[in-house]
Design a protein around this ligand. Structure first.
Ligand code: NDP
Length: 281
C-alpha cells in the first residue's frame, strides 16, 4: 500500500488551525491498524490554496480534509465531485486516485450515520435546523436525501438561510421553510432539533438564543458541536425532557467515512471515538 513512499500522507488544509483534534483521531486510527500513514495539519492561507493542491499532487498525497475557509474555494481544483458534494456546494474531503482528485463532503453523511447508530430513523421526520453555514448545508442535504419529510431552517442571515431552504425544497424530496432568526427564536413543532451554529463551541461560551420551553419530551435534540460534548444547549434541552445527542458521533463518523475512502479499509471507529474523548476530556 505504501509502495515507494516513506509514508502515505493525508491531512487537513485550514487557516487558522491551532489544534486539530482530527489529527489525533486519524493518527490513532492509523496506529490501530498498523498503517504507515500520517495525518498532518497544514495552515494554508486562502490565496495559497491553488499552490497547496499542486503540492498535494506532486507529493502523492492520498487525500486531504478541508476546513474553514477552504470548503467552497477548493471545488475549483477538483477533477470531479461526488453528486452529493455537488449538491451541497462544498467539500471537506479530497480523495486522490491515479492522479485525479475527487471532492466529497462527509459532514452530512457522518451526521446521518451517527443518527442511525443512535437508533434514529430519519424517514418521515420533521427537522428544524439552527444555522445555515457549511455544516448545516451538508446536514440538510443528507437528511433530505435520507428521507426526512421536512426541514425548517432558522438563521440570522436571511440570504444564506433562504438559499439553503430553496435548495432543499427544489432539489431534494423534502419540504423546507425558512424562518429569520430575530431575537429569541421560537421552535416550530418538529421531531428533531439540530444546533448547526457555532454557538457553544468551547466550554463556557453560551447557548443558541431560542425559546427552550418549545422543547418537549419526545423530541430528539442534537448538537453538532463536539467540544464540549455536553453543551449548554444539550443540557438545557435535556432539562425540558428531550432525548439529546452530542456532536462527537458526527465527528467520528465523518472521519470514518473519509478514512475508508482514502485507505479502502473499515475505520476503527471505537479507537477514533476514544481518542477524541481523551482529547476533549
Ligand atoms: P459556518 O461559519 O459556515 O456557519 C456558522 C453558522 O452559525 C451560520 O449559520 C451563522 O449564522 C450561525 N451563527 C453564528 N453565530 C450565531 C449566533 N450568535 N446566533 C445565531 N446563529 C449564529 O460554520 P460551520 O457550519 O462550518 O460550523 C458550524 C459548527 O459546526 C462549528 O461549531 C463546528 O465546530 C461544527 N462542526 C461540527 C462537525 C462535527 O463533525 N461534529 C463538522 C463540521 C462542523 P449567520 O449565517 O446568520 O451568520
Amino acid at each position: 500500500m505504501t509502495k515507494n513512499y516513506l509514508a502515505q500522507l493525508v491531512g487537513v488544509f485550514g487557516d487558522p488551525i491551532e489544534e486539530n483534534p482530527t489529527v489525533v483521531m486519524m493518527e490513532a486510527a492509523f496506529a490501530a491498524l498498523g498503517l504507515n500513514w500520517r495525518y498532518i495539519n497544514f495552515r494554508i492561507r486562502e490565496e495559497d490554496l491553488a499552490e497547496a493542491f499542486v503540492g498535494l499532487r506532486a507529493m502523492n498525497f492520498a487525500g486531504i480534509n478541508l476546513t474553514i475557509p477552504h470548503k467552497v474555494n477548493a471545488l475549483q481544483y477538483m477533477d470531479q465531485l461526488t453528486p452529493n458534494a455537488q449538491l451541497i456546494g462544498a467539500i471537506n474531503t479530497v480523495i486522490a486516485h491515479d492522479g485525479a482528485l475527487t471532492g466529497d463532503n462527509t459532514d452530512g453523511q457522518g451526521f446521518v450515520t451517527s443518527m442511525r447508530e443512535n437508533g434514529i430513523d430519519l424517514k418521515d421526520k420533521r427537522i428544524v435546523v439552527l444555522g445555515a453555514g457549511g455544516a448545516s448545508r451538508a446536514i440538510c442535504v443528507e437528511c433530505a436525501l435520507a428521507g426526512c419529510s421536512s426541514i425548517d431552517i432558522i438563521n440570522r442571515n436571511e440570504a444564506r438561510g433562504q438559499t439553503l431552504s430553496d435548495l432543499i425544497a427544489e432539489r431534494t424530496p423534502a419540504d423546507s421553510g425558512f424562518i429569520k432568526w430575530e431575537g429569541t427564536a421560537r421552535i416550530p413543532a418538529c421531531d428533531i432539533l439540530i444546533n448547526a451554529t457555532d454557538v457553544g463551541l468551547f466550554p463556557g461560551t453560551g447557548r443558541p438564543d431560542i425559546v427552550y420551553e418549545d422543547i418537549h419530551p419526545g423530541m430528539i435534540v442534537q448538537d453538532i458541536i463536539p467540544n464540549p460534548a455536553n453543551t449548554y444547549f444539550l443540557q438545557s434541552a435535556a432539562k425540558m425532557g428531550a432525548r439529546t445527542h452530542d456532536g462527537l458521533g458526527m465527528l467520528v463518523c465523518q472521519g470514518a467515512i473519509a478514512f475508508h475512502r482514502w485507505t479502502g479499509l473499515e475505520a476503527p471507529v471505537e479507537v477514533m471515538k476514544r481518542a477524541l474523548e481523551q482529547e476533549f476530556a
